[in-house]
Design a binder for this molecule. Structure first.
Ligand code: FNR
Ligand code: 8K6
Length: 355
């Protein structure tokens, strides 16, 4: 390793890491999933997106921006999909480009649940665990106020599970190394895992086992289709986005995490913007809570610098770090950290173009 200029302290970020017998990462720095709203009108990844991911192939693993599994999962403009042949072909260019540079790439599978809007799919139901709406409107399209969702019927749920598995199959056809199921940030799967959004009285609500059922069914269906070694999951045990906190959620995640651990998937990833955020009902921050209840590979994220991430890994708080905003600002984030070169600071204005 050529790390003369990098402080020794950061060396652990550049160790290889085996997720399992199938997938080895060349370093411990992941690119976090980052919605950019730059797909074309048919939600096909563009050549600019291909080049954007290719530039970041030095990451140990790229997790793509959230990518919708079917039309009614869309809640933001121009978010890519993975349910048409054109979308699969568009993604194939990105996976080929990243692989040619020696990188690895997972796609994040998304259904926005009650944060979706019928504007994007020509009208129809917005599906969620229960008919509990969130206040507010679509970012950058403030005229689109969120609607009251329909509580998914048992038939809807079966269809959704099937469509996650189909999207995972499409991901493999598109050349991805695996998928990260988006179970975080208040979107569809997360609506089942929190009391704020799950008021069901059937087998998908009311008890920790019932509230965990949909998420585990999706994990099982995806793992059965593409292999557990290629299946990751992101969750938000701490409610912080599109969700109100409820101390009863603790019991749900206390049940969910050991169940998930027994599935032996590739990794568990926390969904949070700032991992120093404290949740009283989790007795601390989200990653420490997950570490205490889940014994397999854990990906930390949320306002970490290379230095704080390296320290967290050295003290066994988690195994891998996902970097979000700094990776938007620095396509060569990994090289800069390795070579001790100063980073370009992130700013929100950077979201208007793919650099
Ligand atoms: C995000 N984040 C996010 N999370 C996710 O699971 N799927 C997504 O598509 C997105 N999209 C997204 C877009 C933008 C513009 C931002 C800033 C964030 C959250 C992201 O993955 C990460 O958790 C946070 O950005 C915190 O990490 P950093 O940025 O502090 O390293
Ligand atoms: C900028 C891209 C356009 C919009 C959609 C992004 C969707 C993913 C979530 C990122 C939004 C950032 C909001 C930050 C919330 C922090 C809560 C503490």
């Amino acid at each position: 390793m050529t790390t003369q200029t990098a402080p020794n302290l950061l060396a652990n970020l550049f160790e290889t890491y085996s997720l399992n017998d199938t997938i080895s990462l060349k370093n411990r720095i992941l690119m976090a999933p980052l919605t950019r709203c730059m797909a074309d009108a048919n939600l096909v990844p563009t050549d600019d997106m291909v080049a954007y991911y290719e530039r970041r192939a030095e990451a140990g693993l790229i997790i793509t921006e959230a990518t919708i599994i079917r039309p009614d999962g869309q809640g933001y403009p121009n978010t890519p999909g993975i349910f048409t042949q054109a979308q699969i072909a568009g993604w194939r260019k990105a996976t080929d480009a990243v692989h040619a540079k020696g990188g690895k790439i997972f796609v994040q599978l998304w259904h926005t649940g009650r944060v979706s809007h019928p504007h994007f799919f020509g009208g129809g139901d917005v599906l969620a665990a229960s008919a509990q709406k969130i206040e507010g409107s679509v970012p950058r399209m403030r005229e689109l106020t969120y609607v009251t969702p329909k509580a998914a019927t048992l038939e809807d749920i079966q269809g959704l599970v099937r469509d996650y598995a189909k999207a995972a199959e499409n991901a493999i056809e598109a050349g991805f190394d695996g998928v990260e199921i988006h179970g975080a940030n208040g979107y569809l799967i997360d609506t089942f895992l929190h009391h704020d959004s799950n008021r069901r009285t059937d087998e998908y609500g009311g008890t920790p086992a019932n509230m965990s059922r949909f998420a585990l069914e999706v994990v099982d269906a995806v793992a059965a289709r593409i292999g557990k070694d290629r299946t990751g999951l992101r969750i938000s045990p701490g409610a912080y986005f599109n969700m109100a906190a409820d101390s009863r959620d603790r019991a749900v995640f206390d049940y969910f995490l050991p169940e998930l651990e027994s599935r032996d998937i590739a990794f568990l990833h926390i969904g949070i913007f700032d991992d120093s955020m404290q949740f009283d009902y989790l007795d601390g921050n989200a990653s420490s809570y997950a570490r205490a209840h889940y014994g397999k590979t854990l990906v930390g994220v949320g306002s970490y610098s290379a230095q704080s991430a390296s320290e967290a890994i050295a003290t066994d708080k988690f195994d891998l770090i996902a970097i979000g905003r700094p990776f938007i600002a620095n396509s060569d984030y990994v090289a800069r950290v390795r070579d001790g070169v100063e980073l370009v600071p992130y700013s929100d204005e950077m979201l208007t173009s793919l650099v």
